[in-house]
Write a protein that binds this ligand. Sequence first.
Ligand code: KG4
Ligand code: ZN
Length: 326
Amino acid sequence: MIVLGIETSCDETATAICKDGEILSSITSTQQIHKEYGGVVPEIASREHDKLLNKMVFDTLNEAKISLSNLEGIAVTQGPGLMGTLLSGVCFAKGLSQGLNIPIIGINHLEAHIYANFLSEPNLKFPFICLLVSGGHTQLWFVENLGKYLMLGETRDDAAGEAFDKGARILGLKYPGGPEIEKMAEKGNQYAINFPRPLMKQKNFEFSFSGLKTSLLYCINENKIKNTSDIAASYQFAIIEVLSTKLKWAVEEMDCHTCVIAGGVAANKLLRSYLKDLLPNHNVIFPKMSLCTDNAAMIAYLGEIYFNNHHVSEIDFQVFPNMRLA
Ligand code: KG4
Ligand code: ZN
């Protein structure tokens, strides 16, 4: 089956073609306009999607050497995300589905992040534990099968990606903050400052990152540590150590040998190396770098799976900015 995927949940406009489980083309355009505002401006993001989508769909088709009439289904992000940007993608997708008279399916963006791991590891088998770490979510899941997800725990306040983004802003770095802090941390000493590791006393699966950025703010205001690389490295280490330790507890508690990481923070190199060392006897899977942050390959791929399982959406389906996984 040939499926077009469309992703517009935030500031990435993305299109992809998936055929029989294989990605033939995938294009992502990250809107640069938000950099000057230090975060995503929803109204601007929606208008950028509207401007880009038509051309990007044709570019993706050309790259895949597929014509519009070959498409057999459309998968589009239904939520979670920004109301306006989700509507841009869904309205475009609905129009195309009606025009071509092919089925459409609304996809949960979080679920698609998890399924990006099957694209890097086709032999991945259920069940597995998933650490879902993006700009808006930090959650631990027990993934039993397609559509069968048990939440083990989540953040009480900020998400891990948000901690990177807010921390970067405090350090005077650009948005998105994760890659910026990672770069600045490269030459730093991660043991220079002992930032707090919240909720680590009890063996639960909850996270809290909002206090961490306050500690960073105090650290900057006190001006005792002058080396910003040391500050960035210590801040990054605090986030990564908490995420990794809780994931380790989860795989042990659930007695599960395989775990996957999903979402933008999965691109973090320290998280990758730290987890490999922490769980040497486990199967630790990360998506390909290009599939960690928002993309349409994961949307098209999961869409095809759902179509093959006889799921389709009604044409009047709504977007859900706060859509949850289970
Ligand atoms: O999954 P994603 O692209 O969008 C959401 O669904 O939220 O994740 C974006 C988040 C941002 O907070 C960004 O700072 C973070 O992922 N991120 C990283 C890295 N690359 C992106 N965080 C840490 N290290 C990175 N290399
Ligand atoms: Zn995402």
